[in-house]
Design a protein around this ligand. Sequence first.
Ligand SMILES: NC(=O)c1ccc[n+]([C@@H]2O[C@H](COP(=O)([O-])OP(=O)(O)OC[C@H]3O[C@@H](n4cnc5c(N)ncnc54)[C@H](O)[C@@H]3O)[C@@H](O)[C@H]2O)c1
Length: 384
Amino acid sequence: MKVGVIGCGTMGSGIAQVASTANCDVVVYDLSADALAKSKLALAKVMARLIEKGRVTEQQSQAIQDRITYSSELNLMQGADFVIEAIVENLEIKHKVFTALEAIVSEDCIIASNTSSLSITSLAACLQKPERFVGVHFFNPAPLMKLVEIIPAVQTEATILDQAKATIDSWGKTTVTVKDTPGFIVNKVARPFYSEAIKMLEEGTADFATIDWAMKEIGGFRMGPFQLMDFIGHDVNYVVTETVFKAFYYDGRYKPSFTQKRLSEAGYLGRKSGRGFYKYAEGAENIEPTKDPLLGEYIVSRIVAMLINEAADTLHVNIATAKDIDLAMQNGVNYPKGLLAWADEKGIQCCVTVMDELFDEYREERYRCSPILRKMAKNSTIFF
Ligand SMILES: NC(=O)c1ccc[n+]([C@@H]2O[C@H](COP(=O)([O-])OP(=O)(O)OC[C@H]3O[C@@H](n4cnc5c(N)ncnc54)[C@H](O)[C@@H]3O)[C@@H](O)[C@H]2O)c1
């Protein structure tokens, strides 16, 4: 199979590696000669590390690199079966590239975008044959993260969706199918992990080190919300929240926080700038968590109930199946359990009670309990 990758920054480089490792012939195109050179060099370094760790042989490493052609000529996409675009997040620029691409590739080439925030339907709309277009949302780093969200546009033909899914499955990824909605599954359902943690910090319920401690030690999450936001970068994390908030017509459930906006404005972007909520300079002192078990239980129960509510509401409006929602959160952001399975375990009524108590206290939209949870509690049903 011949795969085209357009744009070889962070994501395109990773996707090219994944496709080549799966024995595809890959053509990588980028406007910037510098980006092409960097991508090639970065792959050589990754492969050297994989050889050191004994994950690939010298021969396999060479073959993976040899199967990739780097070019600043879009024409080399001729004969491609599947092209994935991973360029700058801008609708007009992406439209220009797709229009040029469609004049080069054959009628039955599948064209896909790795966009995080643009509607797949709006991207497909520029094509002569929009039914061949699909969203394939990889996570960073693409070679390591198992999950790929597959998003049909309104125009996508069912057979194209099936083919795209089968191809990415054959690359060893875990795919889930998602309706074309802002944030898809992961970037929508994960919002409360950050926003509810920040809300508790702002109100003085607990400091960030304590919230992180509770989510890790009691909740079983790999990273606490503040550690994770520092890792992602506050500029990036804030923009995702703001984009989802706007795209859902300013639904109060997704309201961004001033606290994170200010960190971003200050240039305290997290690990990458040496300071976020935590300080990362050598020898820097950070606050110690208050390891109060009761407070910890309260923090976890509140954030997990908010996450479950968001996951349940995602099912309620048929964005994805219950199985795919749980798979997505476990493979896309490494949650310790699927959220809907967790709801079954905690008891649906218990989740409704936490949400209703929060709503009574705040009278804010963000705490509105999903109708599906209320209905399930009434009928004593469970997700799985
Ligand atoms: N970075 C992430 O964590 C992440 C995760 C999932 C999806 N995405 C999505 O993937 C896409 C790429 O993101 P990224 O982080 O890899 O970006 P990036 O800035 O690292 O790389 C973008 C590359 O596209 C090239 N480019 C820009 N305009 C071009 C054009 N007109 N023609 C050809 N090449 C062009 C640039 O030279 C650059 O090398 C975006 O749509 C983004 O929303 C990003």
